[in-house]
Design a protein. Structure first.
Ligand SMILES: NC(=O)c1ccc[n+]([C@@H]2O[C@H](COP(=O)([O-])OP(=O)(O)OC[C@H]3O[C@@H](n4cnc5c(N)ncnc54)[C@H](O)[C@@H]3O)[C@@H](O)[C@H]2O)c1
Length: 470
């Protein structure tokens, strides 16, 4: 991490741009534009809007913009009143008009960073957004990339597109508070990376309570971002470059992916050994130091953990460096849906039934509990594998009344109501996502067989013979 005092000293002699930006932030006249009104961008836009900054939300999806303009929410955990209040006060303006980017003082990019069909980074959303910004870029603007990506994206991809505008933002090393300009050129715009560490639906930590890691391409950029983010976030953490900030986010997600793979593998071993992995994790986490609890499940889901580590794997090829932990974790986590399907087959077999033609009700299709997000959900992979083995699959999820066409799947199914009669008609109920709203006692009472991948039935004491943990 770098010292703010050192940086501030070195920046004092720095650009007018930084001083002007700072005073606009202090006066709350700085106009903040957030590009990408999704799970990440919308909460950030609302945060700056609530802090009194005139905030504009940009998106290419006109249905989202129309919905926001009416004060409506399309993300379950973001209440309508929070949006409506900012829109009514005139502080938050959603738009599809990218020419308005020119009016902004700060532009925050929160667009998707998926993997392509070859599981390589797909930077097309970042590039398209940056090209729009470059067309409207003017002197003095700050651009901050928040999308998760490999180290080097801000300097190598975003900077070079923005400089096609003719404006310059020289890269400089400020790690020791140094202030050196490339070619003696003064920055005409500012550029930084600040990873988004949002955990959608997390009631314990709100967006503003999660410290903001910031790395700039030069000292003025990191300080300008800090000045802005300090108004909205409880804490900022400065690192020595945009590449360090990009790598920080990947370390966090790789740490999760590897540890989830570890417990998933140990769960499989525990099942063979007749041990209960959940009991063991609960016991291990009583250690007050040196252990963080991770939990097994039917696989990895969400837009981040199954995807982001492979951004680093791709970049590591440039250095001829094999990222073995990432690959192994990916392999183990990706094999979990197959394990679940085998466990369903085994449980049916013990009841003298076979998977082919069995009626299976899958409980929970969201990638984790209590969210309305299907991206990379292992439940969908499990459903597809069950269907491929001839099972007749239905699902229930309070967050998804219908499953339509998705990028990788096309189920065209409606959520089945969880009545006693419906539950009793299935050969097995498979719990893949442990939503809090489910009444697990009711499910176990009425279903003939319950296969539980999340230990959701831990408090159900009736009918233990009906429950199979896997
Ligand atoms: N969702 C999370 O929990 C989470 C957490 C941390 C980091 N991230 C990262 O944040 C980034 C955004 O993720 P998200 O979950 O908010 O994605 P999202 O799909 O919910 O939202 C992205 C939005 O960007 C819009 N968009 C796409 N291209 C655009 C363009 N050219 N111009 C303007 N808008 C455009 C889309 O229409 C969409 O509304 C990703 O890099 C992701 O890895 C996500």
């Amino acid at each position: 991490m770098v010292s703010t005092t050192l940086l501030t000293k070195s920046a004092e002699a720095h650009s007018d741009i930084l001083r002007q930006f700072q005073s606009r932030v202090e006066e709350r006249t700085a106009r903040v534009g957030v590009v990408g009104m999704g799970y990440v961008g919308l909460p950030i836009a609302l945060l700056f809007s609530r802090k009194g900054f005139p905030t504009t939300g940009f998106d290419i999806d006109s249905t989202k913009i129309e919905s926001l303009s009416r004060g409506n929410s399309y993300i379950k955990h973001i209440p309508e009143r929070e949006i409506a209040e900012e829109v009514e006060q005139g502080r938050f303006k959603p738009t599809t008009d990218f020419a308005k980017l020119n009016d902004m003082d700060a532009i925050i990019i929160c667009v998707p960073t998926p993997l392509d069909d070859h599981r390589e980074p797909d930077l097309s959303f970042i590039c398209a957004t940056t090209e729009s910004i470059a067309r409207h870029l003017r002197r003095g603007q700050l651009v901050v990339l928040e999308s998760t990506t490999y180290p080097g994206t801000t300097e190598e991809v975003v900077l070079s597109i923005l400089e096609q505008s003719g404006l310059r933002c020289p890269v400089s090393d400020y790690s020791a508070g140094a202030h050196t300009h490339q070619d003696g050129v003064e920055a005409e715009f500012l550029l930084a990376f600040s990873p988004e560490r949002e955990d959608p639906g997390n009631k314990q930590f709100k967006t503003f309570q999660v410290p903001k890691v910031i790395g700039g391409v030069n000292v003025a950029s990191v300080l300008a971002t800090q000045v802005l983010y300090e108004t909205a976030f409880e804490r900022t953490v400065l690192v020595s470059s945009s590449r360090a900030a990009e790598m920080t986010k990947l370390l966090e997600n790789i740490y999760r992916s590897v540890n989830i793979a570890l417990v998933n593998e140990l769960k499989l071993l525990c099942l063979r050994m007749g041990l209960d992995i959940w009991e063991i994790i609960d016991a291990a986490k009583t250690k007050p130091f040196g252990f963080s609890a991770f939990y097994p499940g039917p696989g990895l889901g969400g837009h981040c953990i199954p995807i982001d580590p492979f951004y680093l794997t791709w970049k590591a090829h440039e250095y001829e460096f094999p990222t073995r932990f990432i690959e192994l974790a990916g392999e183990i986590n990706a094999s979990m849906p197959e394990h679940v399907v085998a466990a369903v087959g085994e449980a049916l077999n013990r009841r003298k039934k076979c998977l082919n033609n069995a009626r299976i009700l899958v409980l929970g299709v969201a990638y984790k509990k209590d969210v309305d997000d299907l991206r990379e959900s292992p439940s969908l992979a499990v459903m597809e594998l069950l269907q491929a083995r001839g099972a007749r699959v239905d699902y229930n999820d309070p967050y998804f009344a219908h499953l339509g066409k998705m990028r990788k799947h096309n189920f065209q199914m409606d959520s089945v109501e969880l009545t006693a009669e419906n539950l009793s008609q299935y050969d097995a109920v498979l719990i893949t996502t442990d939503h809090s709203s489910y009444d697990y006692e009711f499910v176990v009472r009425h279903a003939p067989l319950v296969i539980d991948t999340r230990n959701a039935t831990r408090n159900v004491t009736e009918y233990p013979d009906k429950i199979v943990h896997c």
